[in-house]
Design a protein around this ligand. Structure first.
Ligand code: NDP
Length: 493
């Protein structure tokens, strides 16, 4: 059964139409603050993936040949559509994900900025196509083309549903790729709403497709599909490794944005009030469910006790509760599975005798996946709480005596996504930023992200970068054309 109206009851978006999953199966999506059912979502499977990839493949040639200007028009229409519905979208995301409404509003602003930014880059592509390349031999001329890499599978997690999606959909469409989006089964509602906006944005049928369902069925089928040329995945490091291995069979292009265990390094000369704000934001924003969470705090020993006392007062006062209440500073975790995982880490910390500074107890709500913001101090470097990504509001703290020691501890991680440096000494800030093995350093700054700067990291945190021109290049192939110039121009013998 096909229709062009947005889905009431779980449907997929394939070839410019809303349609039921071939299996006819639907699954309930819940509000993590109340545990109440929110909607029924279609459970896609391999045959739905096949239909979506066929639609994308059929649309690829024409979309790939369209001008950057034409693609920019569609991207701006999507940005406008999101802008017109920003309040409803923020409400929907908060209902589905549990983050405070103010945080959802920030996310929607980021989505609008990202679509507008890649509209600009798409337009610039027109002027840059077939540019001459300077060669050292007059007998040849060369030009450079950037071409779309083809049908792209975009797979995203549940912590920033609209944002991670925009960071993939916008550059992929700007580059001229057709796409199949697979949202998380936990938070598909924001993406379904985005699909309804994209449906009205003037894209040719088949350019954008959305298949809901599980990673095990839809995700696996997408990565394995022979007509998919590029996989852009955001999620856990473990699943990222599986995706990369599966993509290797066809040597598909792969971009991976994975986990993190990032550090905030706080020196004795830091502005303490600013540092409090930044440290709390770095771990309690989105209830700590951020790949970029600065979940390891390193404090210079001379200020550690004073700062910890202030931090405890601040954290004990964080208002946890209904994410729709404007006074709420931290909502619930996004799902039951994550709630259990975070509680297990906290119990492990308590059972292991770690020094508890704040939190550690259940929040005392009868419904919802609420966890108290929690801090452990003097956490041994071999503790799972210090080494592993908890993906929740749990901060682990240690002290250091020298800059070199702070850098060494921060770099002692299999991950390398981001870091925060807190110091008023500019030279130290530069030295430390250069020495940290991460993709992005914030100096005396909250975790602001601009479409113009890159997103991604080193070691097991990423393969490639999103955002900026690098986000666009991730969906492009490079082609040079080298032409031998006529011999008549050579002097007679
Ligand atoms: P997962 O890795 O479990 O899932 C991510 C997505 O992949 C989901 O849509 C999931 O489907 C899908 N998936 C699961 N298995 C497969 C498979 N075998 N093949 C293809 N797709 C699959 O991560 P979470 O959703 O739990 O998200 C949390 C993780 O994401 C954290 O580790 C976090 O650090 C990371 N993350 C990284 C970011 C970055 O920019 N570096 C940003 C945001 C999050 P489903 O769950 O629906 O079954």
């Amino acid at each position: 059964m096909m229709s062009t109206t947005p889905p009431r009851q779980g449907q997929l978006y394939i070839a410019g139409r809303w349609c039921n999953a071939r299996s006819g199966r639907v699954e309930t999506v819940f509000n993590p603050a109340t545990e109440a059912p929110l909607a029924e979502v279609a459970v896609g499977a391999a045959e739905d993936v096949d239909a979506a990839v066929s639609a994308a493949a059929a649309a690829q040639s024409a979309w790939g040949r369209s001008s950057g200007h034409e693609r920019a028009t569609c991207l701006r229409a999507i940005a406008r559509g999101v802008e017109q519905q920003q309040e409803q979208l923020a409400q929907l995301q908060t209902a589905n994900n549990g983050k405070p409404l103010s945080e959802s509003q920030i996310d929607i602003g980021d989505v609008i900025a990202t679509f507008n930014y890649y509209a600009e880059l798409a337009e610039q592509l027109d002027a840059r196509q077939d540019q001459p390349v300077t060669l050292p031999d007059a007998g040849f001329a060369a030009t450079l083309r950037c071409e779309p890499c083809g049908v792209a599978a975009l797979i995203v997690p549940w912590n920033f549903p609209m944002v991670t999606t925009a960071w993939k959909v916008a550059p992929a469409l700007a580059a001229g790729c057709t796409v199949i989006l697979k949202p998380s089964e936990i938070t598909p509602l924001p993406e379904l709403a985005l699909a309804a906006i994209i449906d009205q944005a003037g894209l040719p049928a088949g350019v954008f497709n959305l298949v809901t369902g599980s990673g095990a069925e839809v995700g696996t089928a997408l990565v394995a599909h022979p007509a998919v040329r590029k996989v852009s995945f955001t999620g856990s490091t473990a699943v990222g490794q599986t995706v990369m291995k599966a993509a290797a069979d066809d040597l598909k292009r792969v971009s991976l944005e994975l986990g993190g265990k990032s550090a905030a390094l706080m020196f004795a000369d830091a502005d303490l009030e600013l540092a409090l704000e930044i440290v709390c934001g770095g771990i309690f924003f989105n209830a700590g469910q951020m790949c970029s969470a600065t979940s390891r705090l390193l404090i210079e020993r001379s200020i550690a006790e004073d700062f910890m006392a202030r931090l405890k007062r601040r954290v004990d006062a964080i208002k946890v509760g209904d994410p729709l209440d404007p006074a709420t500073q931290m909502g619930p975790l996004s799902n039951r599975q994550q709630y259990r995982k975070v509680q297990q880490y906290i119990q492990q910390g308590l059972a292991g005798g770690l020094r508890l500074i704040s939190g550690g107890e259940p929040q005392g709500m009868s419904k919802g996946y609420f966890v108290a913001p929690t801090i452990f101090a003097d956490v041994p470097f071999d503790s799972p709480l210090w080494r592993e990504e908890i993906f929740g509001p749990v901060l682990c703290v240690n002290t250091f005596d020298s800059e070199q020691e702070a850098i060494a501890i921060a770099n002692q991680s299999e991950y390398g996504l981001v870091a925060t440096v807190l110091t008023t000494d500019q030279e130290r800030a530069s030295r430390v930023s250069a020495a940290l093995e991460v993709g992005l350093v914030w100096v005396n700054s909250p975790q602001v992200i601009f479409p113009q700067t890159s997103w991604g990291g080193m070691k097991k945190s990423s393969i490639g970068r999103e955002l900026g021109p690098w986000g666009l290049q991730a969906f492009q192939e490079i082609k040079h054309v080298v032409v031998a110039t006529p011999k008549t121009q050579q002097p007679p013998e």
